[in-house]
Design a protein around this ligand. Structure first.
Ligand code: GDP
Ligand code: MG
Length: 176
């Protein structure tokens, strides 16, 4: 257990955004490289821990998922507390989920610590033919909101998922 606990960095990463954008699937894809098609309705707030090696450093990411409270925008404040990074996700085939991003960013600013690192995640890029959000628009919003980056991912095809978490981890290492 001692060996398991040894790490150079431990970061709390929260995942937020409207329901059904694919947050749970992206987290699952990150952890296993697999797409889980079933709806997972966990009860309560939950986190999983994932370790990665970055430039010889052992980094632990404590990744927090919501359990559907986002549907009612009633995520408990403790969810945001002491988060180092926030993945803010939308579904690039549903414009309304992109239009919600300022709400979620504001929630982190309100309830989280100062200097939380934001990464905007446009999920479901395997459905790019049904796209309602230009990547350009996401990049503009990232700039306007001081986010680290905007990325498009597919949990289904495990595309850009590792990259998103690695980008976040590298930035958090630089800042710590
Ligand atoms: P959450 O409410 O944000 O946690 O969303 P879920 O992870 O539960 O996913 C919502 C729905 O979107 C499910 O039916 C998933 O199968 C589907 N989904 C999630 N990610 C992707 C993706 O990358 N591509 C496609 N095509 N569907 C996805
Ligand atoms: Mg979910």
């Amino acid at each position: 257990a001692q060996e398991e606990d040894a790490c150079d960095f431990l970061f709390k990463i929260i995942f937020i955004g409207d329901s059904d954008v694919g947050k749970t699937c992206v987290i699952h894809s990150f952890k296993s490289g697999e797409f889980r098609d079933k709806h997972q309705n966990t009860i309560g707030v939950d986190f999983t821990v994932h370790s990665m090696d970055i430039d010889g450093k052992r980094v632990k990411m404590q990744i927090w998922d919501t359990a559907g409270q986002e549907r009612f925008r009633t995520i408990t404040q403790s969810y945001y507390r002491s988060a180092h990074g926030a993945m803010i996700a939308y579904d690039l085939t549903r414009r309304s989920t992109f239009d919600s991003l300022p709400h979620w960013i504001h929630a982190v600013e309100q309830y989280g610590a100062a200097n939380v690192v934001f990464v905007l995640i446009g999920n479901k890029c395997d459905l790019a033919h049904q796209r309602q959000v230009l990547f350009e628009d996401a990049c503009t919003l990232a700039e306007q909101t001081g986010s680290l980056a905007a990325l498009e991912t597919s949990a289904k095809e495990n595309h850009n998922v590792q990259e998103a978490f690695e980008l976040m981890a590298r930035e958090l290492i630089v800042r710590s």
